[in-house]
Ligand binder design. Sequence first.
Ligand SMILES: C[S@@+](CC[C@H](N)C(=O)[O-])C[C@H]1O[C@@H](n2cnc3c(N)ncnc32)[C@H](O)[C@@H]1O
Length: 187
Amino acid sequence: MLDQRPPEAAPGVRAVAERLPLRDDAVDAVMAVLTVHHGSDPAAGIREPRRVARRRVVVLTWDQDVFRERFWLVREYLPEAAAFDDSRALPVGRPPCSAEHGRRRSPLPDDCTDGFAAAYWRRPHAYLDPRVRAGISLLAQTGEDVIAPGLARLADDLASGRRHTRHAGLLALDTVDVGYRLLVADR
Ligand SMILES: C[S@@+](CC[C@H](N)C(=O)[O-])C[C@H]1O[C@@H](n2cnc3c(N)ncnc32)[C@H](O)[C@@H]1O
């Protein structure tokens, strides 16, 4: 990803969210997009941006309770993947993600071009493509062996039309809220 940055972009520094190599109040703002949950200590990954930002911290993450309940893929086909996310999802609405964080819903468009977990909510065939799954840590890290039975059921339901019948209502929607949340903290 560093290699993809345009030459005129600000300098990149290799580090982890839970230990930023910056002094207190070093930068105006910090933005973390679907990244803090990858760290060894997500609580530190939330604290560190607040330490180094003078004005604003914005973290895009998801509310696991909402995600589990509303995203058809994990609810109906891949509960094992949801269980994997239980162990790493940030506790949205509870410490350390509470008090000073405003929470904003982030509805997903039906043509989302970033291929993260629920991006293909209205394009179910995409989840049968290994290249798509390789770019979704929820699926890649849960493991192909574990998710294979659920994917086989999805393939069957797509072929028979069962999945379409159950979720025909989704076709009328341009966006859905399946739990993605922007946590915004102003200092
Ligand atoms: C889903 S990608 C998001 C990348 C980028 N923020 C974006 O929106 O395109 C997750 C990123 O988290 C990074 N990552 C892994 N461990 C991390 C950590 N401890 N602290 C910060 N980022 C980490 C990975 O290298 C990967 O680039």
